[in-house]
Write a protein that binds this ligand. Structure first.
Ligand code: IPM
Ligand code: MG
Length: 368
């Protein structure tokens, strides 16, 4: 049985997740896939319940699951907690302990939503960029780190940007392998002009490409991170796959998300190393956050979480048909003119979270 751990989290997380639960029931009802689903707490709600943003029990369940689906974490209620207790720590612990080193963030512009982008339609129509972000290393986790008080009473904050060959190689490999199934172009992003860790990044990516992927027709280019940010908003369609480190990936993926004009539409996957059975630990989550301002109002967009679930079906459960079915249902619903508030456009019909779930299910019934 496919073991799934569901962590709805904070804010709009539980609302969007309940729409996914309906699709899971639909798949089972139609005999298309069975999942044993466990639910747990992560983020602020976990802190409120157990005094920590992720309990050891939930961590153990995540390790035992075939895949984890997460909603969102955080909210103003927990903003002033110390670092170790912040909701985000729950997410970072999952990433680190599950060794989810490869974060896949596709930025795809749906035809029906071309007008939602702040860029001109011709720049983004048909856009399909995949950002592969290193997720368990770099300055997010590097040591030494901390804030210290110096003898003269001034304070000093330290973080360390650090990468090793294996860390660079394994994430680059994921990017190259994914590019093989796409347009075969990888752009590696670093700051090799100012950082040694960036220089090593560039050298290792170049070496791996020459050794294993050049022959397979993969084209590799390099870009400095500042230029990549500029090129993303100047001419985004020049990119196919971008591979970069944890911090640059954090920034560039928000930028790429905005190109689509619809953060509420974007899924993501975080993958761990292959085990000897050829399986990977994996966590899937929408790119949008917990949106506390609209939480509990039944107005959030559940599509990013649904599309994250579709990515899970594809990458963790080899259920490409079910994944495509869900993606097609989402496309059709948008074509039909239905929109949640975040992607609302003139002349369209605004619907609630629940109604969006209803129409996706109706569309699935038609397609299946
Ligand atoms: C993201 C988020 C996280 C990050 C936060 C919530 C810790 O911005 O997933 O991009 O910085 O990685
Ligand atoms: Mg981010």
């Amino acid at each position: 049985m496919n073991k799934l751990l569901v962590l709805p989290g904070d804010g709009i997380g539980p609302e969007v997740m309940s729409q996914v639960m309906r699709v899971i029931e639909w798949l089972s009802r139609k005999g298309r896939g069975e999942f044993s689903v466990k639910e747990g707490l992560v983020g602020g709600c976990a802190y409120d319940a157990h005094g920590a943003p992720l309990s050891d029990e939930t961590m153990a369940e995540a390790m035992a699951a075939d895949a984890v689906l997460l909603g969102a974490v955080g909210g103003p209620k927990w903003d002033n907690l110390p670092f170790a207790s912040k909701p985000e720590r729950g997410l970072l612990r999952l990433r680190k302990e599950m060794d989810l080193f490869a974060n896949l963030r596709p930025a795809v512009v749906f035809d029906a939503l071309v007008e939602a982008s702040s860029l001109k339609p011709e720049l983004v129509k048909g856009l399909d960029v995949l950002i592969v972000r290193e997720l368990t290393g770099g300055v997010y986790f590097g040591e030494p780190r901390g804030i210290e008080t110096l003898p003269d009473g001034t304070r000093r904050g330290v973080n360390t940007q650090v990468y090793t060959t294996p860390e660079i190689e394994r994430v680059a490999r994921v990017a190259f392998d994914l590019a093989l199934k796409r347009d075969r172009r990888v752009c590696s992003v670093d700051k090799a002009n100012v950082m040694e860790s960036g220089l090593l990044w560039r050298e290792e990516v170049t070496r791996l490409h020459a050794a294993e992927y050049k022959d397979k027709g993969i084209e590799l280019s390099h870009m400095y991170a500042d230029n990549a940010a500029m090129q993303l908003v100047r001419k985004p369609k020049q990119f196919d796959v971008i591979v970069t480190d944890n911090l640059f990936g954090d920034l560039l993926s928000d930028c790429a998300a905005m190109l689509t004009g619809s953060l509420g539409m974007l899924p993501s996957a975080s993958l761990g190393p292959l085990d000897d059975k050829g399986r990977r630990r994996a966590l899937y989550e929408p790119v949008h956050g917990s949106a506390p301002d609209i939480a509990g109002k039944d107005s959030a967009n559940p599509l990013a979480t649904l599309l994250s679930f579709a990515m899970m079906l594809r990458f963790s459960f080899n259920m490409d048909d079910n994944a495509s079915l869900i993606e097609q249902a989402v496309q059709n619903v948008l074509k039909g003119g239905l929109r949640t508030a975040d992607i609302m456009q003139k002349g369209m019909a605004k619907v609630s979270t629940t109604v969006m779930g209803d129409v996706v299910l109706r569309e699935l019934d038609k397609l299946a």
